[in-house]
Design a protein around this ligand. Structure first.
Ligand code: S3P
Length: 166
């Protein structure tokens, strides 16, 4: 069994993914971590030195290597599902669970981090812009949605477990 978490930066994909993996006895994988491991450098450095296009190609490459794994919860980078090819690859692996949060909640969670290349500058404005572009895609590809704005990661996990049992 595999489970995939998608959604914008700061919605809790990594934390919920880790907890979910623990509850279901799955391995935890994270596309950003896998990319950093194979490239031997940080996502932010890859963006700066090679550009976003190069990073997006790495995301697709990493998805193709997932055949080597089984029984995992996978947390994906916030822009990964924008590429149709990636969604097709993911759909073969497991259900796509979309985590969401209100704009102000996302801002509160990412405010103090500088490691997200797409949120450099006016974070509030960037979140608004990118979210409005991406929301239609996120909602279109999702099999199940959990709004994490007002709940703990543990509660988000409970909602996912309930849905999986159905
Ligand atoms: C990105 C989200 C980041 C990371 C990269 C690009 C995006 O991952 O993949 O900075 O396009 O939304 P998180 O969603 O885990 O922060």
């Amino acid at each position: 069994m595999n489970i995939i978490l998608i959604g914008f930066m700061g919605v809790g994909k990594s934390e919920v993914g880790r907890l979910l993996a623990r509850r279901l006895n799955l391995n935890f994988l994270d596309t950003d971590e896998l990319i950093e491991k194979t490239e031997g450098r940080k996502i932010s450095e890859i963006f700066i030195k090679e550009g976003e296009g190069y990073f997006r190609d790495l995301e697709t490459e990493v998805l193709k290597t997932l055949e080597d794994y089984d029984n995992f919860a996978l947390s994906t980078g916030g822009g990964l599902v924008l590429r149709e090819e990636n969604v097709e690859l993911l759909k073969e692996i497991g259900p796509l669970i979309l985590l969401t949060a209100r704009e102000e909640v996302i801002l509160g969670r990412v405010k103090h981090t500088e490691d997200r290349p797409l949120l450099q500058g006016d974070k509030s404005q960037k979140i608004k812009e990118i979210l409005s572009e991406r929301n239609p895609v996120y909602n279109k590809v999702a099999d199940f949605v959990v709004d994490t704005s007002d709940i703990t990661p543990e509660q988000a996990v409970e909602e996912i477990l309930k849905w999986l049992k159905k």
